[in-house]
Design a protein around this ligand. Structure first.
Ligand code: NDP
Length: 325
């Protein structure tokens, strides 16, 4: 089978398509024929070696994939069944989705929900799944469409764009924060009613600013998140899932102790199975058909490494899909 294999030489990560015997796949009780995968921010860091994502080489990257079961020793899955996988460290410390086949633990697989197919699932991918978890976190924090405007940072990225589509379909008024003028039409099509420049959120912020937002989905971290926190309404919730701007958080306790702001962390990798299937069912229900017609770029496996470099250069809008089977 063909796979994108990452190897390390003199501290550098080398990525190349290799022909690998299927019996070299790691241990697991379900083997999947992969039809679609995608390039996430984390994949891009892993493939280019710009982030310390992978510690054991050789490694097949690809943190999510969709396909059909080739062989299963797990009674919950049968040959030919459509499945998808996101997270669980696949593509980080267990060979992942940028290959024709993967062998994984059945506990990590999600049966393809009714109304979804492999390509659609990968348009959503880890990024879209994380966006759904962020929206659920806002709902659990009590944020409703009547509470006020919801801010989404890193708006044109995979998580941000899906968060906008979900929130807008649920009736929220969404304000997007983007660092690129070229994305404005795309963000409006997704449902953003207003777009603010990233520069408005990255300057030095006072501990408390004018209250503006009932909820926020933050994919940027660092000064952007600090700025967002200072502008949150009394009793609002921020779902923080990313670090596109950096992993620091130069803030104060003021938004928390004077405005009752809730900062809810969101992790998609170790999300328990029950919450996973709830999130996937809601994605099927909420996302409109137009979401799947959005600008997605399709590349063959051979171009996955190049696509990863483009993503890190912030030259990609929306999702990059990798067509495999
Ligand atoms: P993308 O690269 O698709 O999008 C990130 C977006 O952030 C860009 O499109 C850009 O949007 C914006 N951005 C880029 N550079 C900066 C910067 N220096 N400062 C502020 N904003 C910036 O990534 P994803 O949407 O896939 O992921 C977003 C973040 O969420 C990443 O940090 C990723 O690691 C994290 N993540 C976390 C998960 C979890 O489980 N917690 C799961 C998935 C992702 P624009 O040009 O519109 O400003």
């Amino acid at each position: 089978m063909q796979a994108l294999l990452l190897e390390q030489s003199e501290g550098k990560t080398l990525a190349a398509i290799k022909n690998i015997a299927s019996d070299l796949l790691p241990a697991g009780n379900v083997t999947v024929d992969i039809s679609w995968s995608g390039i996430n921010y984390k994949d891009a860091l892993a493939i280019t070696g710009k982030g310390k994502i992978i510690r054991q080489f050789p490694m097949v990257p690809g943190i999510d994939f969709a396909g059909t079961v080739h062989h299963s020793e797990d009674p919950r899955f049968h040959t030919g069944q459509a499945v998808l996988l996101t997270g669980w460290g696949v593509g980080e410390h267990h060979w992942g989705g940028l290959a024709e086949q993967a062998r994984v633990n059945g506990d990590w697989l999600v049966a393809m929900p009714e109304g979804m197919d492999a390509r659609k699932a990968m348009i959503i991918g880890t990024a879209g799944f994380t966006a759904m978890l962020c929206v659920m976190a806002l709902e659990e924090g009590g944020v409703t469409p009547e509470s006020g405007e919801v801010l989404v940072t890193g708006a044109s990225g995979g998580v941000g764009s899906t968060a906008i589509a979900l929130l807008s379909a649920l009736g929220y008024r969404v304000v997007a924060v983007s660092g690129r003028d070229s994305t404005h039409d795309y963000l409006r099509q997704l449902g953003a009613s207003e777009i603010l420049p990233r520069s408005a959120f990255s300057d030095d912020t006072r501990p408390l600013e004018k209250q503006r937002w009932a909820g926020a989905v933050d994919t940027a971290g660092d000064r952007v998140l600090a700025s967002v926190l200072a502008q949150m309404n009394y009793n609002s919730t921020v779902a923080a899932c990313g670090l596109a701007g950096g992993f620091a958080l130069p803030t104060t306790v003021m938004p928390f102790i004077l405005r009752n702001v809730r900062l809810q962390g969101v992790d998609s990798v170790m999300t328990p199975a029950a919450r996973r299937s709830e999130a996937w069912k809601r994605l099927v229900k909420i996302l409109p058909a137009s979401f799947y017609q959005q600008a997605t770029r399709e590349v063959p496996l051979a171009d996955a490494a190049d696509a990863a470099a483009r993503l890190l250069d912030n030259r990609v809008t929306g999702r990059t899909l990798v067509k495999i089977g």
